[in-house]
Write a new protein. Structure first.
Length: 332
């Protein structure tokens, strides 16, 4: 058998990960025809490989699920793994998991889809908000993330780009002069002559009113609830948003904060030159900052503000968002 290959898609979140995973799952037969497996690690019929990050973090149950899924493809020449948060994992942990099965010793080719920091941070804020993990307004979130280096790609991918056991390659979500989908370009980067099925855009940005309701609920204690409670809350919120026709797209970006993000992530130009041999703006098809128009809850008419307060109070009551203190039962 030829040398086995392990192709690992390691992120970033909110950078076409769901669409790529759906395409890989829908194209399993086509991938199998060229010797590659995209194993079902999260149960039969699943599109993503949910146990993968946990396995790399040391969770025994997740590690067993990953090992069993990989073991079922011992005859394959190549293995495809995908986890949108794997960029924060240790590459050595992946090598250790692979060492337990038929792909022990196979070289790991890590690929990350990267997105311009401004739109990526904007999408991450909206995503975290509707998961009830973000009680801050967008500007404070933005400052916090930039200070932590979350959009400095040299920092984000340091472990993978320097790992001797993994060959790292970033791929721009939007490439200048290339209108092909990121799914087609991922297949090309991996050298696979496979056409995968492509579905409509997934996980669209939520409405600014939905984001504001979620932010307020997080601040009233929902951020401290377990995942099951937050999942139930999200279902209630999305149903309410749909019933009210909330269908705009959240954006906290304007030309001023986009320029500030560009200034504070200027190191990404060196990242681009190291990996693409050209500057960031030469490779990445950047949106025009002059076209940025914020769409947040600020400045909404009184009727919308009233609706937001109404939904917050209704869902807070339904979810019993209260805590006990020495003064009795008080809202969190």
């Amino acid at each position: 058998m030829e040398t086995r290959r392990v192709l690992a898609h390691i992120g970033l979140p909110k950078s076409a990960s769901t669409s790529l995973q759906a395409a890989l799952a829908g194209g399993r037969e086509a991938l199998h025809a060229v010797g590659f497996a995209y194993p079902e690690l999260g149960g039969r019929g699943t599109k993503d490989q949910r146990p993968l990050p946990g396995a790399l973090a040391g969770n025994a149950a997740d590690r067993a699920a990953v090992a069993a899924g990989i073991a079922g493809h011992a005859e394959s020449a190549g293995l495809i793994l995908s986890g949108e948060t794997l960029s924060s994992s240790d590459p050595r942990a992946l090598v250790a998991v692979l060492a337990e099965g038929p792909f022990a010793g196979a070289p790991v080719e890590a690929l990350a889809v990267v997105r311009d920091p401004a739109s990526w941070l904007n999408s991450m804020y909206a995503f975290r908000a509707i998961q009830f993990l973000e009680a801050d307004h967008f500007p404070r979130f933005l400052d916090r993330q930039l200070k932590a280096g979350r959009a400095d790609f040299e920092t984000v991918f340091a472990a993978w780009s320097r790992a001797p056991a993994a060959d790292f390659r970033p791929l721009p979500l939007r490439a200048r002069g290339d209108t092909r989908s990121v799914i087609v370009r991922v297949m090309e980067a991996w050298g696979l002559a496979v056409t995968l099925p492509e579905d409509e855009t997934r996980n669209p940005a939520p409405d600014p009113r939905t984001v504001e309701v979620a932010r307020r609920l997080a601040g009233r204690g929902l951020a401290r609830r377990d995942q099951a409670a937050r999942r139930r809350a999200r279902g209630l919120l999305m149903s309410e948003a749909k019933a009210r026709g909330w269908a705009r797209r959240f954006s906290g970006l304007d030309p001023q904060n986009a320029a500030e993000i560009a200034r504070r992530t200027a190191g990404n130009d060196a990242f681009a030159r190291r990996h693409w041999r050209a500057g960031w703006d030469e490779i990445y098809d950047m949106p025009d900052p002059a076209t940025l128009r914020p769409a947040t809850a600020d400045g909404l008419p009184a009727a919308d503000q009233g609706a937001i307060t109404e939904v917050v109070d209704s869902l807070a009551a339904a979810l019993a968002l209260e805590r006990k203190s020495v003064f009795g039962w008080l809202r969190a």
